[in-house]
Ligand binder design. Sequence first.
Ligand SMILES: NC(=O)c1ccc[n+]([C@@H]2O[C@H](COP(=O)([O-])OP(=O)(O)OC[C@H]3O[C@@H](n4cnc5c(N)ncnc54)[C@H](O)[C@@H]3O)[C@@H](O)[C@H]2O)c1
Ligand SMILES: [Zn+2]
Length: 377
Amino acid sequence: MSTVIVRLPASRPRRYDIRIEPGLLGQLGACVTRLTGGRYRFAVVISDSTVGPLYGRAAIRSLAAADIRAELLTFPAGEAHKTIASAQRLWDGLARLPVERATPVIALGGGVAGDVAGFVAACYLRGLPVVQVPTTLLACVDSSVGGKTGVDHPVAGKNSIGAFHQPIGVLIDPLLLASLPQREWSCGLAESVKHGVALDAKFFAWLKSHADELADIARRPNRRVAESADLLVRLIRWNCRIKAAVVSADERESGLRSVLNFGHTVGHAIEALAGFGRLHHGEAVGIGMMVATRIAVARGLADAKLADELGSLLDRLGLPAAVPGRLPAGEIVRWTKKDKKVRGGAVRFVLPAGIGRTKIVNDVSAEEISRAIEASR
Ligand SMILES: NC(=O)c1ccc[n+]([C@@H]2O[C@H](COP(=O)([O-])OP(=O)(O)OC[C@H]3O[C@@H](n4cnc5c(N)ncnc54)[C@H](O)[C@@H]3O)[C@@H](O)[C@H]2O)c1
Ligand SMILES: [Zn+2]
């Protein structure tokens, strides 16, 4: 069993553990009992319409074995349903149940379910405790850690309505990734690449040397993740350590944490413009990292070979690196201005300054972005 600790000097809880262990879903009840001090005999599992039928029953069974009665609430799967309408229906569901201020909510699913369930819990009765149980690689390596929750808005954009709400624990069972579609697998690897390029050169080198093995897991017919459990635990643990360190240093994104937005300024724009769900989040982030890297290269901040290295790693991991031809550069640039990272009208960009190092700038011109987009077609 591996544990990564997230320390939060300025908030409550002041720390929580990320536990990574094959088969952990079977211990959900025991874990929730420990996390809540055994005081609550009722819990709500929130999941989406794909993951609920796959793992909801096992979650409820494990809770029942620990004498915790649980109800499963689901909402339709996919980024298109990461909306306030889904949150509203889940609040309606909570209102029909015997939910009290301290009733634990188990967020079971990928980044969408984790963000929606986290947001629903953050607002209901001004905050129910949440245990994140991620079921996509992206959620295991990124979204389940750090307490960012929220939903998208059709005009204001991705994650524009949300709250910081730290979980009381994160329970990662890599065996749940066995059913993950290949495309989703690659998306999780994209956020891993982000961690490497932005923060940890050693991790980037490790990803390069294990790229074929990691991509191969996704290609296996029934995913047979158990055979690669050690590699997966290593991958997830390394990512969680990187993210935990960043979140501990800057919980509310007033500084360091914004480096995790590497690839996301343009990524969010093309994800939204392609139509939420068409281009998956991790795919859009991969393309966004390419564009940001090309801006950095054009400015002389990074060496041209970084763009080649990143492009070839994305390719080996089964990720697109090119901006879709049908998305006009002008529209992408306009959309980036709506991003939450805009401060005082200027778009903030996280640019790589080599591997493992970044520079945050707010003077990237529309022409620079357009040129980098065209060079990335
Ligand atoms: N909160 C954060 O810090 C943070 C960080 C990164 C990304 N995100 C958010 O995460 C979201 C993307 O997350 P995602 O890529 O996990 O998407 P997702 O949650 O939509 O999952 C992708 C698809 O896989 C399905 N699925 C999930 N687990 C499965 C499993 N084990 N087996 C089979 N199918 C499974 C889902 O039902 C969905 O259809 C975006 O909305 C993004 O904004 C949040
Ligand atoms: Zn992301």
